[in-house]
Ligand binder design. Structure first.
Ligand code: GBH
Length: 456
């Protein structure tokens, strides 16, 4: 064996940031503490039959109490950024419109602890836990009153945290909480609306995003930076020919028409508008301006591609190719393993919309995470997943795609929505009886990546 072993040269740009992510309802627990009001996810998960094993987030990872220790885990991983979400119903528990100081104090303590540990906080304002009173009073996102309330909540967060938190994401994954919460009804609040009515819900949510961008900027003491965390639909050229790549760009604008496209372009595509009958979608030019308020960065949650695209000589300019039945997935059937989604998502966003700062706000794998007799978790499938996805992200950054940081989903196992605690994404395993955390082998892997700033 020669001594001059040449190691793979797959570094990320210098200053690239590494971190992990969580969301309030999935980790905090303490659902009645310090004046927190109920959210639609409390109501939904307390109803029998909605969640696997009838699990709920009443206790979850109890991060409300354990955050100091959990921040140590972030340090152990050598990460320097952390993405968390704020529970709206801790801040505005009820219809009185009065903010709850104890809720604000919790996030003050949490943020101060992150800063004391040199971890830069990235706060998400909405990760699906709508205050129940807004659902009861206005049918939640079916009404623009909820969009306005979101603007007021953002103003309050700006006032209270905007002196120490510099980076905000408004809304996490429009597509998921709207299509599943108000379309198929399998997520909270469990509403089932026809497509024709869903357009208004989508519009009200992107309007809320725009109002929050403005409110955060005007109410924060510092010059805060604002973006969103979108699980954009991802068009991948089925074969990477010039024609297919072009076609996938065309597809990309269309399949994201109701969220990212309108936010970045300030208008709905013609094709999208044509899918509604006259007056089904109520909006004004003024609202389109608010929706497209300039952003500092775009966050992308990337797990799987949604469309495989081939060039076609038809009116759309592209053709959608079906996913093979045998397409590989993680333990979650929706999570098709296609690392190139990370490359194409970021490259398309740069090429189509000229976005010059992006973060991967979520990416991660659900695995079986079986424990060996000596209590170890050799989640080698998660390591392989990460290596392959990060290789594609490195491919993008090495070509100049401006991705500045990556948040692994998730720091630790947590309440995985309708799957309850049966599906795990964490780098740390959580024993939900004792609340003890155990590093999986992937935690060591991720630490190597963060330390060396390269694919390992
Ligand atoms: C993200 O959603 C969420 O932001 C995060 O909270 C979540 O924990 C993480 O991913 C892992 O899931 O069960 O077949 O009906 C990712 C997009 C959309 C994927 C909804 C799961 C449910 C499919 N998610 N989807 S199914």
């Amino acid at each position: 064996i020669k001594n001059d072993l040449i190691l793979p040269d797959n570094k990320f740009p210098k200053d690239f940031l590494w971190g992990t992510a969580t969301a309030a309802y999935q980790v905090e627990g303490a659902y009645k503490e310090d004046g927190r009001g109920l959210s639609i996810w409390d109501t939904f998960s307390h109803k029998k039959g909605n969640i696997v094993n009838n699990d709920n987030g009443d206790v979850a990872c109890d991060m409300y109490h354990s955050f100091k220790d959990d921040i140590k885990l972030m340090k152990d991983l050598n990460t320097t950024i952390f993405r968390f979400s704020i529970s709206w119903s801790r801040i505005f528990p009820d219809a009185s419109g009065k903010p709850n100081q104890k809720g604000i104090d919790f996030y003050n303590r949490f943020v101060d602890e992150l800063l004391a540990n040199d971890i830069r906080p990235f706060a998400t304002l909405y990760h699906w836990d709508l205050p129940q009173y807004l659902q009861d009073k206005y049918k939640g996102w079916e009404s623009k009153e909820t969009s306005k309330a979101f603007g007021e909540y953002a103003a309050c967060i700006g006032k209270n945290l905007g002196d120490r938190v510099n980076d905000f994401f408004t809304i996490n994954e429009f597509r998921t909480f709207i299509e599943m919460g108000y379309g198929s009804g399998v997520f909270a609040p469990g509403t089932k609306l026809p497509e024709e009515k869903l357009g208004q819900v989508r519009h009200n949510a992107v309007l809320a995003h725009g109002l929050a961008v403005q409110a955060l900027r005007t109410n924060s003491k510092n010059k805060v930076r604002v973006g969103l965390a979108d699980n954009l639909s991802i068009a991948v050229p089925v074969v990477e020919t010039r024609e297919n790549i072009k076609a996938s760009q065309i597809a990309m604008r269309e399949i994201n028409a109701s969220y990212l496209t309108v936010i970045l372009e300030g208008k709905y595509t013609e094709k999208y508008l044509k899918s509604f009958s006259t007056n089904a979608l109520k909006y004004t030019d003024e609202e389109l301006k608010i929706i497209s308020s300039p952003l500092d960065f775009v966050g992308l949650n990337v797990y799987n591609p949604t469309h495989l695209i081939e060039a076609a000589d038809n009116k759309d300019g592209y053709k959608v190719i079906p996913f093979a039945k045998s397409f590989p997935t993680t333990t979650s059937k929706w999570e098709l393993i296609a690392p190139e989604a990370l490359y194409w998502a970021t490259k398309h966003v740069k090429d189509i919309w000229n976005v010059n700062e992006m973060y991967i706000t979520e990416n991660g794998s659900s695995s079986i995470d079986e424990k060996t007799a000596d209590n170890k978790i050799y989640d080698t499938d998660r390591i392989s997943f990460l290596r392959n996805y990060l290789t594609q992200l490195q491919r993008a950054t090495s070509e100049g795609v401006p991705v500045k940081g990556y948040f692994y989903w998730s720091l630790m196992d947590n309440f995985e929505w309708t799957s309850g605690y049966s599906v795990t994404f964490g780098l740390y395993n959580v024993d939900f009886k004792t609340q003890r955390r155990y590093p999986k082998m992937s935690a060591n892997y991720f630490k190597e990546v963060a330390t060396n700033n390269k694919v390992m």
